[in-house]
Design a protein around this ligand. Sequence first.
Ligand code: HEC
Ligand code: HEC
Length: 340
Amino acid sequence: MKNLLIFGVFLLFLSSCTSDLNTSRKFNPTDFQYSVQIPQRDFALNIPDDNKMTVEGVELGKLLFSEKLLSSDKQLSCTSCHNPDKAFASNNRFDEGFKGIKMKSNTMSLENMVFSSHVGWKGKFSSLEEAIFNTIQDPNEFNEKWDNVIIKLKDAGYSNKFFDAFGTTDFTSEHVTKALAQYLRSNVSVNSKFDRAYYLNDAEARFTPLESQGFELFMSEVGDCFHCHRVGPFSDDRMHNNGLDSKPELGYAEVTKDENDKGKFKTVSLRNIALTAPYMHDGRFQTLEEVLNFYDGHVQFSPTLDPNMLHLGPIALTAQEKQALIAFLNTLTDEKYIKK
Ligand code: HEC
Ligand code: HEC
């Protein structure tokens, strides 16, 4: 009896503690700092003024990224398609969304979004926040109403976390999309063998002769890759027609309604490319060998073909040179980032 009484008092004490915590909770977010060095000369950060990153916002975004409550049948989270072990892409040609609906394009890798301004293969969205807002409502993806998302997250006890990140427990779709966008912007991969060799002169990361040869080809007018896959981000953050088809899909023209943009897609980064097969917006190539065989002699002419794709005939890479290019592309895998 006495024990029970003490236990009761203890419980009372505990509950008064937690309620005190709620009322005295202070909004004091900590500025987010990248834990890796980002070489200033080749990278520009694209962080909107109205969504500065904080430690609390990024942590909340990370939780939401694997939260199945965001989907209407609680079966999908962002990680269902954007697998952190696969550089936030997947190895399926087309992933499955709501009730197994096949996506119409290959899942994109979500690393280094902070260096990029076009969002989506066709550049459909002008910000990450906008893309995320739509993913939730998209009948093929999460197929959920925002009002329901907020109710479910409140019931699941997320209110304090939103308070810590944004200073309000009365959170809305705006806060959910902002937290997810902060997490994605925190997600940088700049610690591959390439980075250590090229930016940090790390002797242990020195290129093999084959990798060096591949890098030279990548940077030469022969390979011509660097024009669009610019060194550093390995993307120029633009839309191009790289000649996949002689009668190209609309691509970016679907967004701009301009014929001149037909067949243009986002130059995606080549970082961690070894992990994200299959390749291209429709996942048509299974391997990097197939990608190189395309660039080497199978580029298709159409009126919007990029001027940098001049080598309509074979760019005449020997089998050995293709192996060298692939060896170089493999140096863009960032082991530390993948294990995170
Ligand atoms: C059912 C699979 C699936 C799920 C679930 C999913 N995505 Fe995607 N995601 C895709 C596909 C497919 C694309 C490419 C769409 C396109 O542009 O054609 C994509 C593209 C993106 C892009 C654009 C990337 C770039 O480089 O431009 C962002 C950002 C993104 N997703 C974020 C998210 C977030 C955040 C979530 C969770 C709220 C999520 N996705 C859930 C399949 C998925
Ligand atoms: C004219 C600009 C341009 C040039 C030059 C170029 N690329 Fe690309 N690359 C792109 C675009 C745009 C895409 C996306 C196309 C799509 O999916 O429709 C792409 C996609 C890729 C992909 C697939 C990425 C993925 O995640 O699916 C690889 C790999 C690639 N390029 C490697 C190379 C290599 C290697 C070279 C040099 C031999 C090269 N590229 C030259 C613009 C270019």
